[in-house]
Design a protein around this ligand. Structure first.
Ligand SMILES: [Fe+2]
Length: 187
């Protein structure tokens, strides 16, 4: 599984991250570096590195919220965050998979609770917000408040939003291989 995952990540270097000025791989690597620089724990760094795995390692016909305008997922399509969380859940700690599955909800949560957040979102992120359920309603916000992992989900989300800087230098994918092998090479 580690080889499959590393291969899918390497191939994601040839695809643009939706309407953003970075490739999918550069976006993942920037997100992981931001978490690492903020001294995030290993599970959170892992979740940052893999948060968009549902975009590059999953058949996009199964995904509802592709960033490609006009994309329509097939029957039974679900959000890329859910597909990604499902893919990695057998290999990673529950919290890491939960954080991947939560990163679109975290955007919906921040749009509802931080007045400046929506204004700072990129056009591509605003476009997918609509596909992801839109701004979170107060009752749903109240349900997430107090969740023990919510703060981590919001940190991941903010790094996700910042990880779109063209040409930024990051660790190479190969530098993350030992971490990925530790989790994904387990039987
Ligand atoms: Fe992302």
């Amino acid at each position: 599984m580690a080889d499959r995952l590393l291969d899918a990540m390497a191939r994601s270097a040839s695809r643009q991250y939706g309407g953003e000025p970075v490739t999918e791989l550069a976006h993942s690597l920037q997100c992981a570096d931001l978490a690492h620089a903020a001294a995030a724990d290993e599970e959170l760094v892992l979740a940052c590195l893999l948060h968009d795995v549902g975009r590059y390692a999953v058949d996009q016909a199964l995904v509802l919220d592709s960033k490609e305008p006009g994309h329509r997922g097939g029957a039974g399509a679900r959000g890329h965050q859910e597909r990604g969380a499902e893919l990695i859940a057998p290999y990673v700690p529950e919290r890491a998979a939960w954080l991947v599955g939560m990163h679109a909800e975290a955007k919906r949560y921040l749009c509802a609770t931080d007045p400046h957040y929506y204004d700072a979102l990129s056009a591509a992120s605003r476009y997918t917000l609509g596909l992801q359920g839109g701004v979170m309603a107060p009752a749903e916000v109240a349900r997430w408040n107090g969740h023990p992992w919510l703060a981590d989900a919001l940190r991941l989300r903010r790094w996700d939003d910042q990880a779109k800087v063209p040409g930024k230098l990051t660790r190479a994918l190969s530098e993350w291989a030992p971490l990925l092998r530790r989790y994904f090479d387990r039987p």
